[in-house]
Design a protein around this ligand. Structure first.
Ligand code: XMP
Length: 324
């Protein structure tokens, strides 16, 4: 729409003014809409002086890494560095079952990998300023009391391999926008619909949707079940009615089933579709029975290790949206 065109043009202009020819910019992509739209706007402003970094931690859902690597790059022409860090993350997570411990480890490894990529990108150039692009939205600005300021200067966290006098400055093209406006801008910029309309997805990814230890085998099981649930929700045309639809693998639980004429001893998955305005509270979503039935039938037919599909009918509070 006309307003979105204006927002984009204004932002491109103000980013050109902010950055000028003072240095290069880096943007971490998560696979979500905010970082994607922020990156696309900055790319329009400064072209290949922006480098995007996507850390593949191995905890993404089926197809999501390809959406960034292939579709987002095709739509924007952005310069992208993908770091395949699956092994590093899974090694660090080995044997860990406590949810907060998982979050800490994933957060720590993420910073390590991201900073190493930063050093690699910036280490060679002799700029005095590096710009970090962030997809901060208006509600975050208000919440943190950021007010009407433009860009914060951030003194950096000792990244090895970088010049001592390098300063980091934030670029936040979405500071004045609400989520629904970001999606409209994303459409305006021609970004892939899967990214623009993606449901919120936690940073630790599927790592906190496996109850128990996170392993490659378990991730693969969950990825298949999750992909089926998402596919059927999309086919039913319900994506925009549902806030989030986690699928959770109860990896340490087994139950007896019968598939074909075999007795099986497999794992249950939990479907957790919710409606919500802001994730602070949520209601379990009344997904039509026929859609649930298709999901259940397909998962138990197509994912050998899963022999039981359950639906979580707890609201938040008292339940949280995620299981961990
Ligand atoms: P809960 O489970 O607390 O989740 O009701 C509220 C919202 O936050 C997301 N979530 C996270 N996002 N890192 C994130 O980036 C996390 O560790 C995390 N835990 C929960 C959740 O998906 C929901 O949108």
């Amino acid at each position: 729409t006309w307003t979105m065109v204006n927002i984009v043009e204004e932002q491109i202009e103000s980013i050109r003014e902010q950055i000028g020819d003072r240095g290069r910019a880096i943007c971490g992509l998560s696979g979500g809409v905010d970082s994607a739209v922020a990156a696309a706007i900055v790319q329009r402003a400064i072209g290949d002086r922006l480098t995007c970094v996507y850390v593949d931690h191995g905890l993404m859902r089926k197809g999501e890494t390809e959406q960034v690597e292939r579709d987002f790059v095709a739509a924007t022409g952005v310069d992208l560095k993908v770091v395949d860090a699956e092994k590093q993350f899974l090694d660090a997570l080995a044997g860990v079952t406590d949810p907060e411990q998982k979050r800490k480890i994933i957060g720590r490894e993420f910073i390590r990998v991201f900073e190493a990529a930063e050093a690699e990108i910036l280490g060679e150039v002799d700029d005095k300023v590096a710009f970090l692009v962030q997809g901060t939205l208006y509600p975050d600005v208000v919440e943190s009391g950021g007010g009407a300021g433009t860009s914060n200067i951030k003194s950096h966290h000792n990244v090895g391999g970088l010049p001592d006098d390098l300063e980091f400055e934030l670029v936040e093209p979405l500071r004045t926008l609400f989520k629904d406006e970001v999606r409209l801008v994303g459409e305006q910029l021609g970004l892939p619909a899967e990214i623009v309309w993606r449901h919120p997805f936690p940073g630790p990814g599927l790592g906190i949707r496996i109850i128990g230890e996170v392993t490659r085998e378990r991730l693969d099981i969950l990825r298949e079940a999750d992909a089926i649930a998402r596919e059927e929700l999309t086919h039913a045309g319900l994506d925009r009615d549902i806030w989030q639809f986690p699928v959770v693998l109860l990896a340490d639980v087994r139950s007896v089933g019968v598939q074909g004429d075999h007795r099986t001893y497999g794992h249950p998955v939990v479907l957790r579709p919710v409606t919500s305005e802001d994730a602070m509270t949520a209601d379990w979503a009344r997904v039509p029975y026929d859609v649930l039935e298709r999901i259940s039938t397909r998962i138990t037919n197509e994912v050998r290790e899963v022999n039981r599909v359950t639906v979580d009918i707890t609201s938040k509070p008292p339940g949280t949206i995620e299981w961990e």
